[in-house]
Design a protein around this ligand. Structure first.
Ligand code: ATP
Length: 137
């Protein structure tokens, strides 16, 4: 099976680095699947779940990620995201608190910039709760 090199970099750590067989990233208009030898591209990703299958592993690994950017070039893929967590490392209580805080901020009068930041914070919290397999939001 052919493979590609993948590196997932969050602002505070390298989440993953190694060879993979397939990848799926959350883009604005839905999930984008990427296989080896994909054509060169730059893609913006939104809050959600990045899935990838390392060489020799039967299962997909998951990263719950914040916004970011994907660069595909020469069979190497770099994903730069503000945050990346393994689903099992997500602190649900913290995500619930962040969600409540963001909702409260959205009820207040805010500048456009503050509004966008609250929206992003809410999206991060929701994707963390979804990613940690919490059913009830
Ligand atoms: P909070 O308001 O709870 O701090 P946040 O979305 O503002 O959430 P970030 O700035 O996105 O926090 O992340 C700061 C660091 O904390 C990052 O390393 C991120 O991966 C981690 N992190 C944030 N929320 C959680 C969570 N619920 N569970 C596990 N790690 C988290």
């Amino acid at each position: 099976m052919t493979s590609f090199y993948l590196k997932i970099v969050a602002s505070d750590h390298v989440f993953f680095s190694g060879r993979c067989e397939s990848l799926a990233v959350p883009a604005e208009d839905g999930e984008v699947g990427i296989l080896p030898h994909h054509e060169a591209m730059i893609l913006a990703t939104k809050e959600g779940e990045v899935r990838f299958r390392p060489v020799g592993e039967g299962n997909w690994r998951k990263a719950i990620t914040g916004r970011g950017i994907v660069q595909v070039a020469n069979n190497r893929i770099i994903i730069l995201v503000d945050t990346a967590e393994r689903p099992e490392d997500i602190d649900e209580a913290r995500a619930r608190e962040a969600l409540a805080r963001a909702k409260e901020q959205l009820r207040q009068k805010q500048s456009l910039r503050e509004f966008k930041m609250s929206q992003a914070s809410m999206a991060r919290a929701l994707s963390r709760l979804k990613g940690s397999h919490l059913k009830e939001l």
